[in-house]
Write a protein that binds this ligand. Structure first.
Ligand SMILES: Nc1ncnc2c1ncn2[C@@H]1O[C@H](COP(=O)(O)OP(=O)(O)OP(=O)(O)O)[C@@H](O)[C@H]1O
Length: 267
């Protein structure tokens, strides 16, 4: 049995005296996709931001590949950030509008010293675009000329530039048109298999999480109410809160839907 890639222990965070994370612990294995679901304000984004240390938790521990993220100094944190990249909800604000696609994709390679040669950097940028099913012809265009779905592909390509082991996706399809949500979701599913990526995937939409994730963690008011395989959580949710969340969504798998209905309390 291999070691977890990510180990999160007892995360606590308060804002203005109000506790928004209360003893959050979970592991992620290499190549695993973990869905983090829960109502708005339950602490999903704060959990993700603490893992990436974009927000400092009050206490707790985060280890990536056995390295202590919260104790890391500048240099160490930079190297850890190379291994975990974030993709945010809004591809309209996450890409610098003054940079071309080539610049957006080459910058992380330069910052992390991965490709000193300019020409080779451009070749890698072109290859990254192809990885997200976009043509290298787009390299010299600016973000404004792309649709939301294309922008999110560019943001994903940028995150992949440094060859991370963990991708933290905070509602990456929520701001997109329904018609392109499935394309971006399929892309993530495809990338995870091709690159053996671990993905921490935050979403409201439980059907989406069911489609993409191996395991599911359910947050309620800053705590992890439940965590298990998607079959466990959808088929036989243990926690009343999970049952109430699931009651509201159709599940695109008849067997899981039957199991869920059978597990519902009878009145
Ligand atoms: N920087 C901050 N300052 C003050 N309060 C904050 C800050 N960031 C988050 N919060 C509060 O912490 C709580 C948890 O927020 P968080 O964004 O983690 O929830 P979420 O589950 O991701 O919600 P959503 O699905 O709406 O994004 C919320 O009540 C939010 O208002």
């Amino acid at each position: 049995m291999s070691e977890p890639l990510l180990r999160v222990r007892n995360l606590v965070k308060s804002f203005e005296g109000r506790r928004v994370l209360d003893d959050v612990s979970f592991d992620m294995m290499p190549g695993e996709v973990l869905g983090l679901v829960g109502e708005s304000g339950s602490g999903k984004s704060t959990t993700a931001r603490c893992v990436a240390r974009l927000t400092e938790p009050d206490s707790g521990r985060v280890e990536l590949g056995g390295r202590d993220v919260l104790a890391a100094g500048r240099g160490e944190l930079r190297s850890l950030r190379r291994e975990m990249q974030m993709v945010f909800q809004d591809p309209y604000s996450s890409l610098n509008p003054r940079m071309t696609v080539a610049q957006l994709l080459e910058e992380p390679l330069a910052v992390h010293g991965l490709e000193p040669d300019r020409r080779r950097r451009r070749e890698r940028a072109a290859a990254l675009l192809e990885t997200v099913s976009m043509s290298a012809e787009h390299l010299d265009r600016y973000p404004r000329s792309f649709s939301g779905g294309q922008r999110q592909r560019i943001a994903i390509a940028r995150a992949l530039a440094v060859e991370p082991r963990l991708l933290i996706c905070d509602e990456p399809i929520s701001s997109l048109d329904v018609s392109v949500q499935a394309q971006v979701l399929n892309l993530l599913r495809d990338l995870r298999l091709r690159l053996n990526l671990s993905i921490l995937f935050i979403a409201h939409d439980l059907a989406v999480v069911y489609y993409l994730c191996d395991r599911i963690a359910v947050m309620e008011q800053g705590r992890l109410a439940e965590i298990g395989t998607r079959e466990q959580v959808y088929g036989a949710p243990e926690h009343p809160y999970t049952r109430s969340l699931l009651a509201a969504v159709p599940i695109p798998d008849p067997a899981a839907e039957r199991a869920r209905r059978a597990a519902e309390p009878q009145y």
